[in-house]
Design a protein around this ligand. Structure first.
Ligand code: ZN
Length: 69
């Protein structure tokens, strides 16, 4: 369910992904499995999408460009 967008930072089309801070996730997971899962659910619920390459926020990205040249 990845979405293709044009990333001005990368200068090419990239897929966006849900922004998850894996360090926070792992720390919470160590504190308690439930805490980690709650954070994961929160990340997906917040739907903060970022460029999967450079982590630029998706709202700064443009529709995908398909150059025929
Ligand atoms: Zn990018």
């Amino acid at each position: 369910m990845s979405e293709l967008r044009y990333c001005p930072n990368c200068g090419r089309n990239t897929y966006v992904e849900v922004k998850i801070n894996w360090i926070i996730f792992i720390v919470l997971l160590i504190c308690g499995v439930l805490l980690g899962l709650v954070y994961l659910v929160y990340c997906f619920a917040a739907k903060t999408k970022v460029c999967e390459v450079c982590k630029l926020k998706a709202n700064k990205m443009e529709p995908p460009r398909f150059n025929s040249q």
